[in-house]
Design a protein around this ligand. Structure first.
Ligand code: NAD
Length: 455
């Protein structure tokens, strides 16, 4: 029985290892983290992250072949294969601040692996990293002449939060990068063998290390580029009375374009898109590819513009002031079906509204705990209310910022009755029935659509 270790028990480490444990009963999997609270929660009834379908898988495997622990050193010693899934946020200090990846957690992990290893190991990069990080990892791991062979592989994770279990169960592809040497290919085959327990062989792609590392950054760059592209068109639609949903449908039926990721919105969020594009921008600058860097940086600039535009439209339509107006924010998570709020557009939008001296009441089925942390400097101007009906009471406006399914079927007649008139709805995700809301009496502002106003 082989021992797999995963360092980092976050949104990636936890679900991916739970899936491997479920599909590979012939492996023992241990997930370690320096965060004791997280580890304790993984072993409890209330998991540290919300992800549909995750709990039953953890329940099935926990303490059978899936273990959580804070003993990083001891588990490194025992492991045959080590996945490294620590956080790689954008650097906030020094050279490259605001763009480059902060590799401090990554490097500490590499040094710990070196320190506690007594036998050969395969080390797998699961975190998203700048291209050629594997080279740095190899340099650290081979810096001691201790006779231990470390083979570094890249196996970036493509799961999306909210659909992680579906994505892990039936991935579009699994990508494994390794060296073309004999030991490199042997290690690649070891990893292929694990995924082959449930993923069809044609979906397991093997490449060289650098292509694998770069592909993850490029995938996120292309996905967010599509969102920013359609969001620029939403601005043009609002100016011309075209309807962005009609335009998306018209262009998405073209098989060369495809229909996915063409929903205009308040902008993308999540811990990865912005970080990974900026990481790629930084790499381009490093290699002197300034035109390429400028091209991709625009994707992030447009995302910021889209959030500002949303707030500007809110203020303008509410008679150019939101001072002391109560605005009910429906949804704070960066997308539906997660409690994660990292880089959520709701953070910037709420901050801008608070700067305009609005008073906010924030509702979300899963993200209120994180919202309180994100807006801790403004708590005197905010209330938190899980019940959307209670949140709407005496509000001047509703702003839908996350596409939670339950917001589509709220009783908007009841909500309209308890709001201050004229009542406004700003649908930042285009999930509501705008004509019906207008008929109830709301003034309706959706993204990339002509306003429906009684004023
Ligand atoms: N969240 C996603 O949807 C997603 C998807 C694909 C890829 N990724 C990438 O996967 C990586 C992890 O992302 P995440 O969202 O799981 O991050 P996360 O912050 O949720 O989890 C990372 C964990 O690593 C732990 N950690 C840091 N240093 C450690 C150390 N030295 N020893 C032990 N534990 C340590 C942290 O305490 C934390 O719990 C990132 O590189 C990210 O870009 C994330």
């Amino acid at each position: 029985m082989k021992n797999i270790l995963c360092i980092g028990a976050g949104y990636v480490g936890g679900p991916t290892m739970a899936m491997i444990a479920k599909k590979c009963p012939d492996y023992t999997i241990t997930v370690v983290d320096i965060n004791e609270d997280r580890i304790q929660k993984w072993q409890s009834d209330s998991l540290p992250i919300y992800e549909p379908g995750l709990k039953p898988i953890v329940d099935d495997t926990l303490n059978k072949n899936l273990f959580f622990s804070t003993d990083v050193a001891g588990n490194i010693t025992k492991a045959d294969i080590i996945f490294v899934s620590v956080n790689t946020p954008t650097k906030t200090f020094g050279k490259g601040a605001g763009k480059a990846a902060d590799l401090q957690y990554w490097e500490k992990t590499a040094r710990q692996i070196l320190l506690h290893s007594k036998t050969n190991k395969i080390v797998v990069e699961k975190s998203t990293l700048p291209v050629r990080t594997a080279e740095a990892m190899e340099r650290i791991l081979n810096s001691h002449d201790n006779g231990i062979h470390f083979e570094v592989l890249s196996n970036p994770e493509f799961l999306a939060e909210g659909t992680a279990i579906r994505d892990l169960t039936d991935p579009d592809r699994v990508l494994i990068g390794g060296h073309s040497t004999e030991s490199g290919q042997k290690a690649v085959n070891e990893l292929v063998k694990i995924y082959a327990h449930w993923v069809q062989p044609e979906k397991i792609l093997t490449t060289n290390l650098w292509s694998s590392e770069l592909s993850k950054l490029v995938a996120n760059a292309f996905l967010s580029q599509r969102i920013s592209s359609i969001n620029t068109i939403s601005a043009l639609c609002e100016a011309t009375e075209a309807d962005v949903e009609e335009v998306s449908k018209a262009i998405g039926t073209d098989s060369r374009i495809g229909s996915k990721f063409l929903n205009a919105s308040v902008g993308f969020g999540g811990s990865c898109f912005q970080k990974d594009i900026l990481n790629m921008v930084y790499l381009c600058e490093y290699y002197g590819l300034n035109e390429v860097a400028t091209y991709w940086e625009q994707v992030v600039s447009i995302n910021n513009y889209q959030k500002q535009r949303f707030v500007t439209r809110m203020i303008k339509s509410m008679f150019n002031t939101v001072v002391d107006k109560k605005i009910a924010v429906l949804g704070f998570a960066f997308k539906a079906d997660t409690g994660d709020t990292r880089e959520s557009p709701a953070i910037d939008i709420c901050k801008q509204l608070l700067e305009e001296r609005a008073s906010l009441i924030i509702s979300d089925p899963k993200a209120i705990r994180n919202a309180k942390i994100d807006l801790e400097l403004y708590l005197d101007q905010i209330e938190f209310e899980p019940d959307p009906y209670a949140a709407a009471a005496d509000a001047h406006a509703l702003a839908v910022l996350t596409e939670w399914e339950e917001y589509k079927s709220l009783d908007y007649d009841r909500i309209f009755d308890v709001m201050i008139k004229p009542a406004f709805i700003f649908d930042g995700r285009n999930i509501l029935d705008h004509q019906r809301l207008f008929d109830i009496g709301f003034n309706v502002y959706a993204i990339g659509k002509p306003e429906l106003s009684h004023l």
